[in-house]
Write a protein of this length. Structure first.
Length: 88
């Protein structure tokens, strides 16, 4: 059986989040001004995998070799726009 879990993020350029091994990230969106990744997971999995998440503002230069897969974009009420990548 699979479920969808939420993983809150900090707005920093790079962070490592822990997910059950085999989790499939679905999207990134804001919930009450906090960016979150929603992922499909098997809750019975007890092994955990650390995944790197990169949150890059529009106009930020970056090395595309390290960022991984594009997950989505979110916009803050302040007007800042961020783009999220997750490394497999």
């Amino acid at each position: 059986m699979e479920v969808i879990w939420k993983f809150p993020l900090k707005i920093i350029p790079a962070q490592r989040i822990e997910m059950p091994t085999g989790a499939r990230p679905l999207c990134v969106q804001l919930q009450r001004d906090v960016p979150c990744i929603w992922a499909q997971v098997s809750p019975e999995r007890t092994d955990i995998t650390g995944r790197w998440v990169y949150i890059l503002p529009t106009g930020f230069e970056f090395n595309c070799e390290i960022t991984g897969d594009y997950l989505g974009t979110f916009q803050m009420a302040s007007g800042y726009v961020y783009h999220v990548f997750i490394h497999p």
